[in-house]
Design a protein around this ligand. Sequence first.
Ligand code: NDP
Length: 455
Amino acid sequence: MAPDFDLIVLGAGSGGVAASRRAALHGTRVAVVEGGRVGGTCVIRGCVPKKLLMYAAQLGDAIGDARGYGWDVAPPRFEMARWAAAKAAETARLEGIYRQMLEAGGVTLVEGWARLDGPQRVRVGEQLLTAPHIIVATGAAPVRDSLPGIELCASSDELLDLTALPPQAAVIGGGYIAVEFASILARLGVAVAMYYRDRLPLRGFDDMLRVAAASELQAAGVELHPGNVPRRVQRTAAGLLLTLAEDRVREFPWVLNATGRRPNTAGLGLDTVGLVTDAAAALPVNELLATGAAGVYALGDVTNRKNLTPVAIAEGRALADALFGPGHRPVDLSRVASGVFMLPPIGTVGPGEAELVAAGHRVDVYATEFRPMKQAFIGGSERTRMKLLADADSGRVLAVHMIGADAPEIVQSLAVALTAGATKADFDRTVAMHPTAAEEFVLMREPVRRVGPGS
Ligand code: NDP
């Protein structure tokens, strides 16, 4: 019997939607199966609503700053319920657009939870669908077993659905989600205490960014507890009790579990096609995004490589092109820019200084730190920090890191230069645009140090 479709995609998040629309564009019959809301983590409970909450926090800062610029303003008051209603309307609007895009693109949306049921077969409830190609794009979800009692805490999913903010909160973890929400919540009037394992937040980022993130969080009033994560969490009448180092306890009305995310592979029926997940519950793939089972591919967070929305989208399109279009076009994950949407935000592309040295590079380090004009004018303390790392032998710019206003916007543009192989000399002969903060990236003349072999 002929298969029902040429391709079945499991999950209508960023990666799944991109893969299915591109495949349909190549004239294939595509079904995408989704049990939750169309749009996935990024649109419904991740990047988009998070950034909308960051804007709310930023506007609070702007109202405060406005006084220094001559405005007469009453003390602002933030109402989470109003934000929540506006956010719900916006995510509903975006979900509608995603549904429309699938329909207009000729993709069949099958609503329900999918499960593999042997080669080329996918079960959705009572329904059986068949296709020679299957893409698993089921994403990831918050880890709920990282320490005893952590399941009692809220995840970022629940945070973004709050209609009222708690007066105090603990944040457990020191990664992207912990840092972003600690920074945002503190600005919205919550007294935040952050508990994390390492000496600094944001493990894996350049040290300049990690040190600056810690100091900006502190400046925003966040209590930092490095090297200190609760041993357990217990429910109390008033909230949650954290048992900390030396058996000290502290109670909070609300706690955010930001201890990471885990690929959504449980219950997918992977065993029916002979697939096993790795220790992190991820589905391993090769450079063609193929799993070990014939005709089964995977992309995005479920593969736990570079867990970023644009990566999943790029991979989805590339895989559809490889299977049904012009052919294989690998996605280069070596220079993917990313942002941490704390305030001030971080933008980064390329490895950190220590990582480059550990990999054997000789690196010229260019760095600058200053109080931006907008802050200096009102006596603000926020600082902007920039670092540019260039190969000492070829001059090629290997990485750019920034924390400060508009850093993600600036670094996204610089990522093009890095992808094109720009050297420090190319930056030097670029004439500055004044007055901007970004101009400092083309005005850093002398390295502050040379690091790596023989330096
Ligand atoms: P991250 O991997 O960034 O951070 C997880 C944090 O939890 C780390 O600080 C880690 O500590 C800590 N942790 C893990 N296990 C434990 C444990 N048992 N006890 C205590 N602490 C623990 O995950 P996030 O959940 O913050 O984000 C998930 C992913 O989503 C990110 O990696 C990123 O790829 C993506 N994301 C991207 C965003 C963006 O682009 N702006 C925003 C949000 C998420 P340690 O460092 O010590 O291991």
